[in-house]
Design a protein around this ligand. Structure first.
Ligand SMILES: [Zn+2]
Length: 122
């Protein structure tokens, strides 16, 4: 599929709109930056219930029963009382800690597959 161009974000948004217009209540766009398309909206009053911006939660408007705080319409699903601490989970990578061994440069005595006890004899 690398020979195919990525689906334009506008096409994904249009597909979401078509789904919603045909009764699909909870449909999302993914792998594109689309705050509206990635968020959850109340099907009763249209309020923003769970706002998302990539992995960040920007809004949480559910009561303790998982219902819209504006109109009381239940949101299908199981929810915590509070949104928790989501957010981006990126971890730093230290490239200096990575050792690159060129192909062919590994002699049998250096093999990482040999146990350390055998390496001591070489
Ligand atoms: Zn509502």
């Amino acid at each position: 599929m690398r020979d195919k161009p990525a689906t334009p974000a506008a096409t994904l948004s249009r597909a979401r709109d078509v789904a919603r217009a045909n009764g699909v209540r909870y449909v999302y766009t993914g792998n594109v930056h689309d705050r509206a398309g990635g968020s959850t909206w109340c099907h009763g009053c249209g309020a923003l219930l769970i706002g998302r911006d990539w992995f960040d939660l920007t809004r949480w408007r559910l009561d303790e029963d998982g219902c819209c705080m504006d109109c009381g319409t239940p949101l299908p699903g199981v929810f915590e009382l509070r949104p928790g601490s989501w957010g981006r989970q990126r971890q730093p990578v230290r490239f200096a800690a990575v050792v690159v061994i060129p192909i062919g440069a590994v002699r049998p005595s250096w093999s990482p597959h040999r146990p350390p006890s055998e390496l001591a004899d070489t």
